[in-house]
Write a protein that binds this ligand. Structure first.
Ligand code: ASP
Length: 343
């Protein structure tokens, strides 16, 4: 008998696992045990598919770091029994989950692919079938007998992306995700076009390692013209946060008001991590290019470079929980890549 890859589908909820209740028109979860009946084409794939679900499948807007840990525990326990994993997830927070998992599951030697859909599996025009079938096919791909993809990815609408580079860009289009600072790893047309050179490589052949904690006391502070001292103080001083991602303008620029710079400097001197990421969907933070970021560089604000906000906030959660150290240590760790999330 020929050995076929074994793939585990992990169902977490989202539109992909819902059915339209035609009398009312509303979306309701369907019994995921029946996934093979919903998509009989899955039986034609050259792999063994098994499935399981998290304890309480959710709309991904209810996603929480505890659920990320639940997913990590499933993969950790079943890591050696399967050749690849496909996670079915709502699209709303899929980029956050993909980013978090890329830090929590390190040195993978098989694929972990998140996918979902804009329309439920039973809808006539659903995008769920293509997304699910191709995600499974990609998770089953091998090169010289080993899984070709060895990282956490997101598959949607004919493209496989590095998960921690993605962001949700549309609540309407089937093309719901983009990866503005890193090209797709695979494009699905008549053939699967794999960009071998840009895949994440576990060069040192380090053994798979999973982590099971995240620090939730973090926040995102998005700047806007006219932001008040009161508001920034409420976020930085009057909360119990352990670190903040600062969404700045353009290439990492902020207001130069003295109250703002002084407050940031005080926080950094107290060892409070502030990560500078850009509000722009593409491009990177480069402090010092404009006069409006020179002070941030002098203070020692952490540069998020070309990281997405989704990857920045989950990386901060991860580092604060799993790699404690002083401010300089955290800065150093943040500014280097863990799983290809930063250039
Ligand atoms: N609200 C849904 C979710 O994120 C949307 C989707 O599945 O695409 O769970």
């Amino acid at each position: 008998m020929i050995n076929v890859p074994k793939i585990l589908l992990i169902y977490t909820g989202g539109t992909i696992g819902m059915r339209r209740d035609y009398p009312s028109g509303s979306l309701k979860p369907f019994d995921f045990q029946k996934v093979l009946d919903e998509i009989p084409e899955l039986r034609l794939l050259q792999c063994d598919i098994e499935h399981c679900a998290i304890a309480r499948p959710i709309d991904s807007s209810d996603m929480h770091p505890q659920v990320w840990i639940e997913i990590v525990e499933i993969i950790d326990q079943k890591y050696h029994s399967y050749d690849g994993f496909v996670i079915l997830h709502g699209s709303d927070t899929m980029s956050y989950t993909a980013s978090a998992l890329s830090f929590l599951l390190q040195h993978l030697d098989k694929a972990v692919i998140l996918t979902g859909s804009q329309l439920p599996i039973g809808d006539l025009r659903t995008d769920a079938k293509e997304n699910l079938i191709t995600a499974i096919q990609i998770a089953s791909l091998t090169t010289n007998g080993k899984p070709s993809i060895r990282e956490v990815c997101l598959y949607f609408e004919y493209k496989l992306y590095r998960g921690n580079r993605t962001t949700k860009i549309s609540a309407e289009q089937f093309e719901a995700f983009d990866s503005p600072n890193y090209p797709p790893l695979i494009t699905s047309g008549v053939h699967l076009e794999v960009q071998t050179d840009i895949l994440l490589k576990n060069m040192g052949q380090l053994p798979f390692k999973s982590y099971k904690s995240m620090e939730c006391s973090v926040g995102i502070l998005k700047l806007f013209p006219g932001i008040t001292k009161d508001f920034v103080e409420a976020v930085l001083l009057k909360s119990d946060l352990k670190g903040v991602v600062l969404e700045s303008f353009g290439s990492g620029n902020t207001t130069t008001s003295n109250w703002f710079i002084d407050l940031l400097e005080d926080m950094v001197n107290k060892g409070f991590p502030i990560v500078n990421v850009t509000q722009c969907s593409g491009g990177e933070v480069s402090m010092g290019v404009y006069g409006t970021s020179v002070e941030l560089k002098r203070i020692g604000i952490i540069s998020g470079k070309d990281i997405t906000t989704e990857a920045a906030i989950t990386k901060l959660m991860f580092l604060l929980a799993n790699d404690p150290g002083d401010y300089q240590h955290l800065k150093l760790k943040f500014e280097e890549s863990i799983a290809g999330e930063i250039s």
